[in-house]
Design a protein around this ligand. Structure first.
Ligand code: URA
Length: 223
């Protein structure tokens, strides 16, 4: 698995990251969602540089021009709910992509261990296509792994890009082991933060991305 950390190079991406982390700016949920979307747009541009292209002819009002266009068939897949603005950012750039959605949530099992439960999936055939799985916070890597494996039930992609805003060293190691160091996967992140706390939140991170996008949730078990 290849790993690309986009903040190793300075770019405008730093500004989007700064704003989603800022405890005051992130209170503006419209701005927070839009910044996550902008990270998706930026990352999609970077991913686009690794795709395959073929020359196509286009008729202008004056003559014919030759343009190299993407020949990969793209499928964008997202883990609900926090993945939605990042997905939209990718879709703004890859507007011809097919789309897939999965639900996954964390729960403690009978042994008190964290596990990820995937319940719902609506996704197209991904056989031979380029799969882009987006999940903004790669905290443990478990949701991404569960999502990716669930998607493989819809076919074998030609190549997979796993895309997140913030990862941790632990989640990157976890993904490397889970994917058995596959050569047909790239993990893209906008930043790698050092710590995963005991509640499995990334530190310094930004807090709960889903809540910041869509408001706080309640757990029926808390009632
Ligand atoms: N999910 C989040 O939204 N934030 C984290 O820090 C980890 C997982």
């Amino acid at each position: 698995m290849r790993v690309v950390n986009l903040s190793e190079q300075n770019s405008v991406l730093n500004q989007f990251l700064r704003e989603i982390r800022d405890v005051n700016i992130q209170k503006d949920s419209m701005r927070f969602r839009r910044n996550i979307e902008r990270i998706g747009e930026f990352m999609a541009m970077e991913v686009s540089k690794t795709l395959t292209y073929q020359p196509t002819e286009v008729q202008t009002p004056l003559a014919t021009a030759t343009v190299n266009t993407i020949s990969d068939r793209l499928v964008l897949a997202t883990i609900l709910r926090a993945g939605m603005p990042l997905h939209q950012g990718f879709l703004n750039i890859f507007d011809h992509a097919e789309n897939g959605f999965l639900s996954a949530y964390r729960r403690l099992n009978d042994k008190g261990e964290l596990e990820i439960v995937a319940e719902y999936m609506a996704a197209p055939d991904i056989n031979g296509k380029t799969l882009i799985v987006v999940d903004p916070m790669l905290a443990t890597g478990m949701s991404m792994e569960v999502g990716y494996l669930a998607l493989l039930r819809h076919g074998k992609p030609a190549y997979t890009h796993l895309c997140c805003a913030i990862a941790t060293p632990q989640s990157i190691d976890y993904m490397r082991k889970a994917l058995d160091d596959r050569q047909d996967v790239t993990l893209w992140c906008a930043a790698v933060d050092p710590v995963l706390n005991d509640k499995k939140y990334i530190v310094p991170g930004l807090g709960d991305a889903g809540d910041l996008c869509y408001g706080t949730k309640i757990h029926l078990s808390d009632r």
